[in-house]
Write a protein that binds this ligand. Structure first.
Ligand code: GDP
Ligand code: GDP
Length: 438
């Protein structure tokens, strides 16, 4: 079972990073954010009362003066972090009172149906902890709790209560080993058309009675004798009533589906090209260890070289951070290449479940060493002693070395490329961790 996730959200300068540093085992982030997309969230390991969990710091958002630039980024980081988390810690500044940005974050937090702890930080003096505290009730996210991230006061009680919210630890009781696939993408790209194609049924799109389909419905299909679960087919069909909510709804629903899937089929409207939102969703899938196959749908409408070039340009621009994502040009309408979709998904799932041979990994390391590729700084030189796979689905690799701090993004990317050249890893993210070998 994956570890519970706690997201720490709030506007800049309220003390999120200070709090995360107090709670996390180390300042070292677990996963480097996928390059070129965002550095605004970092993930850290933590434990309390014997429960391991992951804490997300959204403290990387630099404070930009202009409201126009700043509000959307706060909203987005808060949204993404909340979506990923099991428990949300919403931090406000007890020294300044409620601001517009706090309200902005509160709106996001209120929409997510998860336990929320409202932390009024910078209450350094317990004697004054009640001062102004109750004003924060107005945010509508529950009872404000005083805390001092820099002094530590209040953090133990907070952690007790957070851990109490975690789901019971289960035995490895996977429902079944059935491959789960999520079909995700922006509204109107053709998700439901594709789902119907894959299900091999020309089902008409039933308009759901309001309120009856809040819960996800999965569809199990058969492919070459293999059962495959299409996650949340209800979410693909249900359209939001409110126009401005459609994008939001589809994003949230998509992220929830990704959480339950091994592989996501990221459907893109080829006539529009790969958008920033598609890039975000791909990035989220990578963060969650979900495999990805990208589908350029409505290819029947791409009838000129110019249109083809435009789609391909948007693809290489937006997906440059993960060149291992395979793509297929399809048409859910005509059926063009849709028979290749499940084959690609199954292949990505196999790559994702792979056990890489330790001996082969270390042969590769030896070659890299002989090639003289390493990092050095101020007279110190990175030496990687050995590598093993420490996790699967997706493959997680640990590199034991003398000085993990010397590893930078470039070097990490270099290692990832070399590993991908050597092993068949199309369609799956991989995790790499550089650890101190004493
Ligand atoms: P973030 O942008 O929300 O991650 O905020 P930081 O963690 O970077 O903190 C912003 C500023 O508030 C820093 O100068 C911190 O030292 C300060 N700060 C954080 N927590 C506390 C606290 O509990 N008490 C006081 N007095 N200052 C704090
Ligand atoms: P969803 O909102 O992502 O589930 O998208 P739908 O499956 O409801 O499709 C949105 C619209 O795009 C509908 O009018 C479909 O008929 C149309 N559509 C879907 N796939 C294709 C395709 O491959 N080619 C063309 N030309 N239209 C498509």
């Amino acid at each position: 079972m994956s570890k519970p996730i706690v997201a720490v959200v709030g506007r800049p300068n309220v003390g999120k990073s200070t709090l995360v540093n107090r709670i996390a085992v180390s300042r070292e982030a677990i996963v480097h954010e996928s390059r070129g997309v965002t550095r605004d969230r970092s993930y850290h390991e933590a434990d309390w009362n014997g429960r391991d969990f992951v804490i997300i710091d959204t403290g990387g958002i630099e404070s930009v003066k202009s409201q126009d630039v700043f509000a959307p980024r706060i909203r987005e980081q808060a949204l993404l972090a909340c979506q990923e988390a099991d428990v949300i810690v919403f931090v406000v500044d007890g020294a300044t009172g409620i601001t517009d940005e706090d309200e902005e974050v509160a709106r996001i937090v209120r929409r997510v149906d998860k336990p929320v702890f409202l932390i009024v930080n910078k209450k350094d003096d317990p004697a004054n902890e009640q001062d102004g505290l109750w004003d924060f009730y107005a945010l509508g996210v529950g009872e404000p709790r005083p805390l001092s991230a820099s002094h530590g006061y209040g953090t133990g009680d907070l952690l007790d209560d957070i851990v109490a919210c975690f789901p019971e630890e289960e035995e490895a009781n996977e429902e079944e080993d059935m491959l789960s696939i999520a079909i995700v993408g922006r509204p109107n790209v053709g998700k439901s058309s594709l789902a119907n194609r894959l299900a091999n049924k020309k089902r008409s799109i039933v308009s759901d009675v309001a309120g009856t389909t809040r819960d996800a419905i999965d569809t199990v299909i058969q492919w070459k004798g293999m059962p495959i679960k299409l996650v949340d087919t209800a979410g693909m069909r249900k359209k939001s009533q409110v126009h401005e909510d459609i994008e939001y709804y589809s994003l949230v629903r998509g992220l929830q589906a990704i959480d339950r899937a091994d592989i996501c089929l990221l459907v893109v409207d080829a006539t529009v090209g790969v958008t920033e939102q598609d890039q975000k969703v791909a990035n989220m899938a990578v963060d969650r260890g979900c495999g990805i196959v990208l589908l350029l749908n409505k290819w029947d409408l791409i009838d000129s070289q110019q249109k083809r070039d435009e789609v391909m340009a948007s693809l290489s621009k937006r997906m440059a951070f993960a060149p291992w994502i395979p793509f297929i040009n399809i048409s859910a309408l005509t059926g063009r290449a849709t028979d290749k979709v499940l084959a690609a998904a199954v292949k990505a799932a196999e790559a994702r479940a792979q056990q890489l041979k330790t001996s082969e990994l270390n042969n590769l390391l030896a070659e890299i060493r002989e090639g003289g590729h390493t990092r050095s700084e101020k007279g110190r030189r990175l030496k990687i002693q050995y590598c093993t796979q420490t996790g699967s689905k997706p493959p997680a690799l640990s590199f034991w070395c003398n000085a993990p701090d010397l590893v930078d993004d470039n070097f990490e990317r270099f290692m990832e490329n070399r590993i991908r050249d050597r092993f068949e890893l199309t369609g799956t993210p991989i995790r790499m961790r550089f650890r101190q070998k004493n």
